[in-house]
Design a protein around this ligand. Structure first.
Ligand SMILES: Cc1ncc(COP(=O)(O)O)c(C=O)c1O
Length: 400
């Protein structure tokens, strides 16, 4: 009898971790690799948050925390949702987990029956598909298009929904597309949701604060408060607060769902790390001025990436409106040969070529549900971005 379950066999390991492992191996061999692959800020966690963590440790906040999350943190989450999003939630409608990824995993484990469908708007964050499959659900892919700024069309959503649809995932600003949904986009989607009252909506707002050119973030509930009873808001501290290694995420939603997610968490990981939760209270309630300072850097870096990429013949990318990724079309290079005579048949081949020959780590579009594309992260310094994209340009020009 096979040791690995069939549904686990169908799931692929996250491509980011696969590329990172390859990059690490090349570095071990002495190669100089520039990583444009990571989905994490290059900025350090702000000092006031680190000091709050140290204080919590010194105050011996080292026992098991409440499984659902500290009451004080859930209060801070409600205050944040009120302050930044004009949304009213009470602590009993919230849960804290070890990262946004775990929040989503718990929600899917708690709600999916085998064969239930989850609509993912491609290109989507690759872990959505894996999490749905691990929870024995079926991902259904709904494409968006580069020429429409990767914004979802209401008609396409209508078509993707079936009687088996349990969830539709929204992610704005999006990874990897950088698309930010505006009021009109969200209103059009809301009309579709109203016509399908069996469908729940998961809104992954983790890039909420990373938004450029003066745009404003809005949540679907701001335009459609009537959908609140089948809406799960998911967010976390990894990106804007520069806390990816602290593993902190949270959700707000109807109590029945939160209780089911609590049950999953109570029988798996228990509560998120106790002293980190105290630091999260400080993060959510304290000084936020560092975020706009970081965003000014991200916006400059975005402009640098967009201008350098679009200057490379055959590559194209739109300026992302949020998050810190450029999603670059590379169709023109499929079918070409490397100087060693290897044919580039897929975006995965191109990513491998760029890593091996140019020493630049990127992520292929395929695992994000859209090919041929490559994703580069601009959460790294301008000199590194410049050097990396010069290398990419040189390597690409050698493809015949
Ligand atoms: C869209 C999206 N959601 C969730 C996550 C996971 O966040 P966390 O670090 O809180 O698990 C990521 C991380 O890359 C992401 O891109």
């Amino acid at each position: 009898m096979a040791i690995v379950a069939e549904h686990v066999n169908r799931v692929k390991a996250s491509e980011v971790s696969v590329v990172s492992a390859k990059a690490l191996e090349l570095e071990r061999q002495g190669r100089d690799i520039i990583r444009l692959s990571a989905g994490e800020p290059d900025f350090a966690t702000p000092d006031h948050i680190k000091l709050a963590c140290i204080k919590a440790l010194c105050d011996n906040k080292t026992k098991y925390p409440p499984v659902i999350g500290l009451f004080e943190l859930r209060e801070a989450i409600c205050a944040k949702l009120q302050r930044d999003n004009a949304l009213e939630y009470s602590p009993s409608e919230t849960i804290v987990s070890s990262g946004c990824k775990q929040v989503i995993y718990n929600a899917m484990t708690a709600t999916l029956n085998p064969g239930d469908e989850v609509v993912l708007l491609a290109p989507y964050w690759m872990s959505y598909a894996g999490i749905v499959q691990l929870s024995r659900g079926t991902p259904v892919y709904m494409p968006t298009h580069q020429k429409e700024g990767f914004k979802p069309a209401a008609a396409a959503l209508e078509e993707a929904i079936t009687p088996k649809t349990k969830w539709v995932f929204l992610n704005s600003p999006g990874n990897p597309s950088g698309a930010v949904y505006g009021e009109e986009d969200l209103k059009a989607l809301s009309d579709v949701f109203r016509r399908h009252p069996h469908v729940w909506i998961l809104s992954d707002d983790i890039y909420e604060y990373l938004i450029y050119d003066g745009r404003k973030f809005i949540n679907l509930l701001n335009v459609a408060p009537d959908l609140r009873s089948r809406f799960l808001l998911v967010n976390g501290l990894s990106k804007a607060y520069c806390m990816p290694g602290w593993r902190l995420g949270y959700a707000a939603g109807p109590e029945e769902l939160i209780k089911a997610m609590f049950k999953v968490q109570s029988q798996s990981t228990s509560g998120a790390t106790h002293f980190c939760q105290w630091a999260a209270v400080t993060a959510l309630t304290g000084d936020h001025s560092f975020i706009s300072a970081h965003n000014a850097h991200y916006q400059d870096r975005r402009d640098l990436v967009v201008s350098m990429v679009n200057a490379i013949p055959g590559l194209s990318c739109r300026p992302p409106e949020g998050a810190f990724y450029c999603f670059i079309g590379c169709a023109e290079y499929l079918g070409r040969k490397t100087p060693k005579g290897v044919v580039i048949s897929t975006d995965e081949n191109l990513v491998e070529y760029l890593l091996n020959e140019a020493g630049v780590a990127t992520i292929p579009g395929t695992p994000f549900g859209m090919a041929p594309y490559i994703r580069v992260s601009f959460a790294t310094s301008e000199p590194k971005i410049k050097a990396a994209l010069e290398r990419v340009g040189d390597a690409i020009r050698q493809l015949r």
